[in-house]
Design a protein around this ligand. Structure first.
Ligand code: BTN
Length: 324
């Protein structure tokens, strides 16, 4: 974390009470002039920081920004989000995360206020304006590539749980779209770098339409997408939301690493919007219709086709169909 973020973290933790320039300078082993320059930079970014000659600096108001100092202040995790790379605008957090994965610690998060080339599943584009939550988590689990879908499942569960803690009853559409009232509010794109029998690293990209105006969505998505702001009727505190998400993610990731995937699947099943639905699945090679009757222990969807045949779908696009 850079010095500016460390100063911000200290100011936030002090909850509006002043900290002297001298104390900041001592604790961060830099000069008071350097502290003052960072304070000026923070003010330029929109942080309202009072200064008094005798008492020092106090943070009065936080702008709605996902800066590392803001997120880390009060973040209750031990691995996920310990390091955060922040960008105001970037092509794609997944692209950067894949690039830096080899040289950073597990749990490092790449986060951006907006993306110019956000990537979606199946080669689609992901529209990522300001106000959303666009982040990628770098993981280095010691697992075979065939277990990677489990990470996507646990990511979906953690997003749904984080959203539920803010009110809306989020559901999960197989494999990992998160829906509110049947409309998509979050997409997850997991990318892995692996040898044949071992994952080198894994990047879990999570995109949430948080404080995004749904009217700004292209027409083709307007009926099928929503945002937290629209569902709640007000903006959410994105910093608080990201903290909750990273905390939920860490709890599930630690369970997964201990080999306890059953509990995660139980959560997934209990929040599933797909089980019991008639669905159309499109894979790279075929299209299958049927009733979704469950997910197996790897997270594959089990379909019962019209002919009464059971099909196991490991990957593909899933559309919920209306029953006739
Ligand atoms: C989907 O198609 O449903 C998956 C969308 C994933 C979007 C997120 S936003 C953060 C991360 N960076 C990207 O470029 N994509 C993922």
């Amino acid at each position: 974390m850079n010095i500016k973020d460390k100063i911000l973290e200290k100011l936030i933790k002090n909850k509006g009470k002043p900290i002297s320039g001298e104390r900041l300078a001592n604790e961060l082993s830099i000069s008071r002039t350097a502290i003052w320059k960072h304070i000026r930079a923070l003010r330029e970014e929109g942080y309202v920081i009072d200064s008094s000659t005798n008492l020092g600096y106090s943070l009065m108001t936080l702008p709605d920004m996902l800066t590392p100092g803001g997120i880390k202040a009060g973040l209750k995790t031990s691995v996920i989000g310990k390091e955060i790379e922040y960008f105001k605008e970037i092509e794609s957090t997944n692209v950067i995360a894949c690039e830096i994965a080899g040289s950073v610690a597990e749990g490092t998060v790449v986060i951006a206020e907006s993306q110019t080339g956000g990537r979606g599943r199946l080669g689609r584009k992901w529209i990522s304006p300001e106000g959303g939550v666009w982040l990628s988590i770098i993981l280095k689990p010691k697992i075979q590539p065939s277990y990677a879908p489990r990470i996507t499942i646990l990511a979906g569960v953690s997003v749904a749980k984080a959203i539920r803690s803010f009110g809306p009853e989020a559901m999960i559409k197989w494999p990992n779209d998160v829906l509110i009232n049947g409309k998509k509010v979050c997409g997850i794109l997991t990318e892995i770098e692996a040898e044949i029998d071992m994952i080198d690293h894994c990047v879990v990209g999570i995109g949430i339409d948080a404080n995004v105006d749904t009217e700004s969505f292209p027409e083709e998505f307007r009926d099928s997408s929503t945002s937290l702001k629209k569902e709640l009727g007000h903006e959410i505190n994105r910093v608080g939301f990201v903290q909750k998400l990273l905390e939920e993610f860490e709890v599930l990731y630690l369970k997964f690493q201990e080999g306890d995937f059953t509990a995660i699947l139980e959560d997934w099943r209990s929040m599933s919007a797909t089980i019991g639905e008639w669905v159309k699945i499109t894979t790279q090679t075929r299209t299958i219709y049927g009733e979704a009757i469950g997910v197996d222990n790897e997270g594959a969807l089990i379909l019962e086709t019209d002919e009464g045949k059971l099909e196991k779908i490991v990957a593909g696009n899933c559309e919920h169909l209306r029953r006739t």
